[in-house]
Design a binder for this molecule. Structure first.
Ligand code: SAM
Ligand code: SF4
Ligand code: SF4
Length: 335
């Protein structure tokens, strides 16, 4: 195994793979229904990387020190036969952890097969515990029940579960305490995510962000919380523990307290473009290389791309860059 560092001395450790750009939800902060309507041109399936191609990319990444793979999208459970991909990824030398980010609606049907295929962890997105607020957030009028059923199904299979909640001012910030109380009682680690300016369709404004400091102050006032040490280098969530229990709660403070200096993540879009930042404007077309009649050394390509990486968008974000820089949609690049 050769390891590789970028221009800012950050190693490549994680890879996130988007397996579809489609989704059964239309979360206002990710795929607003007004933009992602019935006529929206999603990618034709033949343009998706195949499982075989994804495995080749992950093998190359693993040979450069990547240990963790996260499967995401769009809604990854919409990709047919996903357990087959999980099974192949867990067999790759050097890959220690395969995880999935999902809205959980299809988990009751798929949790057992995913577990059998070797999945250990799921991050489940849920932005409110009150039906009406959640219905508004997901843009499809789906209540919380299907998601709670998905969480139960994952737990029944002994998958480790974390829940993610994106917080948007005046939309679901009143849900911070009810969500914390609910998941504290369930013993599930809840992570609040600051609303980010990904893509260019979600109407992001700095003043619609509820910051980590505001979230922690609410949690402190209501429950009492203590900070914990990071579990590993490059961990994105600041971890806390409730004063009267061992349950953890976290905040992903991508806007108010960015963590670019330890960002070890590469992303591969559904059609095989490699991006070195969630806010990148250009990617490297791995699919073209994989489908070329001439052989290409993917490891060498990944290594060169990572070597020249200088991304630190969140460290440099201003309201102006957020408004003017063209950015790729989260559902395409993979959250
Ligand atoms: N559909 C799956 C889900 O929602 O879990 C996986 C893909 S989704 C793009 C991955 C994560 O990105 C979710 O936790 C979602 O809440 C988060 N996300 C999407 N748009 C965001 C934004 N504008 N700001 C912060 N987080 C966002
Ligand atoms: Fe779909 Fe996930 Fe985006 Fe919501 S956050 S629209 S569930 S991809
Ligand atoms: Fe990593 Fe880019 Fe996010 Fe910074 S802005 S943490 S470099 S993905």
């Amino acid at each position: 195994m050769t390891s590789v560092v970028d221009r800012l001395e950050r190693p490549l450790r994680d890879i996130r793979i988007s397996v579809t750009d489609q989704c059964n939800f239309r979360c206002s902060y990710c795929m607003p229904a007004e933009i992602f309507g019935p006529d929206y041109a999603f990618l034709p399936k033949e343009q998706y990387l195949t499982f075989e191609e994804i495995v080749k990319v992950v093998q190359a990444a693993a040979s450069l020190g990547v240990e963790k793979v996260r499967i995401t999208g769009g809604e990854p459970l919409l990709r047919k036969d996903l357990p087959e991909l999980v099974s192949e990824l867990t067999k790759i030398d050097g890959i220690l952890d395969v995880a999935l980010t999902t809205n959980a609606v299809f988990l009751p049907k798929q949790a057992a097969a995913l577990k059998k295929a070797g999945l250990k962890r799921v991050n489940i997105s849920l932005d409110a515990i009150e039906d009406d607020v959640f219905k508004q957030m997901n843009g499809r009028g789906v209540g919380i029940k299907p998601v709670l059923k998905g969480i139960e199904a994952a737990q029944k299979e002994n998958l480790q579960v974390k829940v993610n909640m994106v917080v948007r001012k005046d939309v679901n910030d009143e849900q911070i305490i009810p969500m914390a109380a609910y998941f504290k009682e369930k013993g599930i680690n809840l992570r609040f995510i600051e609303f980010m300016d990904v893509g260019s369709t979600n109407g992001w404004k700095l003043d619609s962000v509820i910051t980590k400091a505001e979230i922690i102050s609410k949690l402190e006032d209501h429950f009492g919380v203590q900070p914990m040490n990071p579990a590993y280098y490059g961990e994105v969530a600041s971890r806390y523990q409730y004063a009267d229990s061992k349950v953890e709660v976290g905040v992903i403070s991508s806007v108010s307290q960015s963590f670019c200096s330890s960002c070890t993540r590469a992303r591969v879009s559904v059609e095989g473009k490699l991006y070195t930042c969630l806010f990148a404007t250009k990617g490297t077309d791995l699919r073209a290389l994989l489908r070329d009649e001439n052989e290409h050394d993917l490891k060498e390509v990944l290594s060169q791309v990572w070597n020249t990486r200088t991304d630190r968008y969140s460290d440099e974000r201003t309201e102006e860059t957020a408004a003017t820089r063209p950015k790729i949609e989260m559902s395409y690049i993979g959250g």
